[in-house]
Ligand binder design. Structure first.
Ligand code: BEZ
Length: 393
């Protein structure tokens, strides 16, 4: 009898404790930490880009009090080294070993395509905060894959229009031989040739090589009206310096996708002065939204932001928009996508929307290097939408 009474008493205590716990703790996975997997380059020619993206992302999470949709954010990081051959293993470290809820990455187009494949196969939400690989929002597009940056086609196409309007007829292109370089040149060529120009030679070298001398000699011999280029990070610094040192800057104007001068001007010095580029960000846009972002970024990191920081910041904004709609539930992919599809993302670059294939519809700015800034010259292309060839969403 005593034993039975004791058992009943214990049971009553246990149910009271359970009821109390149910009252004090929110139910389900939404009460758990939000595991965010950052796959970015922290070494190699794109290391500074990866750091700027992480800084921008963390800045917005801090503005949100460290939580997204009520869930405390916990970071898991992998250095992808911008190496496509290690990409599948690297992304699986985050998805299978760390069990992340969402993936944020990366910079290099070849690595991003491997990430997109894993995201598609596992249904993990992926937001790409840089890599422009056309395929990610083209043939590989998926309900759970989004981009906060650009497609490689976009800045290239905008610059093709600018260079054609300037009246240049014959252009040589030079880039790294991989998806980003190839697609940037393709976008440029599409608009430039539509505008009456001709790309007479397409020069390239393997990523991330920086032995430009032989190619610069070829450019000098070809004597085109102008040169179009895609390089970024450490490679962009060296290319701009080598182009000037070879004496080409004085005789053959150099144009580029804006990555050639973004986040690189301190290191490039006078060699970059006056260069014209197209990109979805500039240093002198001056709306209150951008001014507030720039101030907060400079205060937090003692650094000036660049396009990569903006893309990281906007990846966090996009994640918050999607997860607020699902009350923090990452399994509700359709609601997540629907919220982003109708959102106007209040970016420091200027507000943008998502195309049906989940790529930003955004203005492309023509910028000129003045001192240590990519100064706004004009809007080269208003609300430019990637053609998303091959996307079946
Ligand atoms: C890319 O690989 O897609 C890329 C890398 C750096 C800057 C822009 C694009």
């Amino acid at each position: 009898m005593t034993t039975r009474r004791h058992a009943l008493h214990t049971l009553a205590l246990a149910s009271a404790a359970a009821a109390l716990m149910a009252l004090s703790a929110p139910a389900g996975a939404q009460s758990q930490k939000l595991k965010v997997g950052l796959m970015l380059p922290y070494t190699g020619t794109f290391a500074a880009l990866g750091n700027a993206i992480e800084n921008g992302f963390r800045l917005h999470v801090t503005e949100l009090g460290g939580k997204i949709a009520g869930r405390e954010v916990e970071f898991f990081k992998v250095d992808d080294e911008s190496d496509p051959s290690k990409a599948t293993d690297n992304v699986n470290k985050l998805v299978k070993r760390d069990n992340v809820d969402v993936l944020i990455g990366t910079v290099h187009s070849g690595v991003a395509m491997a990430m997109a494949k894993v995201a598609k196969d596992t249904g993990t939400i992926l937001i790409v905060p840089n890599a422009g690989a056309d395929a990610v929002t083209g043939p590989m597009c998926a309900p759970n894959i989004f981009r906060s940056s650009f497609s490689n086609w976009q800045p290239g196409y905008a610059m093709g229009e600018v260079v054609a309007k300037k009246g240049h007829k014959k252009v040589v292109t030079i880039t790294w031989k991989y998806a980003a370089g190839d697609e940037s040149v393709k976008g440029f060529k599409e608009a430039f040739e539509k505008g009456g120009g001709q790309v007479t030679k397409e020069l390239s070298l393997p990523f991330p090589n920086v032995e430009f001398q032989a190619l610069l000699t070829e450019i000098a011999a070809a004597k085109p009206d102008a040169v179009y280029t895609f390089f970024a990070g450490g490679g962009a610094v060296k290319f701009v310096k080598d182009y000037a040192a070879a004496g080409l800057k004085k005789s053959i104007p150099l144009y580029g996708a804006g990555f050639i001068t973004d986040g690189t001007l301190e290191a490039q010095g006078d060699a970059a002065a006056g260069l014209l580029t197209t990109l979805h960000y500039a240093d002198s846009l001056n709306p209150p939204r951008d001014n507030a972002f720039r101030l907060a970024y400079a205060k937090t990191y003692k650094l000036q932001p660049d396009v990569y920081a903006v893309q990281g910041y906007d990846a966090a904004q996009m994640l918050a928009i999607g997860l607020n709609a699902t009350k923090g539930d990452v399994s509700k992919k359709a609601e997540f996508a629907a919220a982003l599809q109708k959102a106007k993302i209040d970016s420091p670059r200027g507000a943008f929307t998502m195309s049906k294939s989940h790529n930003p519809v955004q203005d492309m700015y023509l910028r000129e290097v003045v001192g240590k800034e990519n100064k706004l010259v004009s809007v080269a292309s208003k609300g430019l939408t990637d053609p998303a060839r091959g996307c079946k969403l």
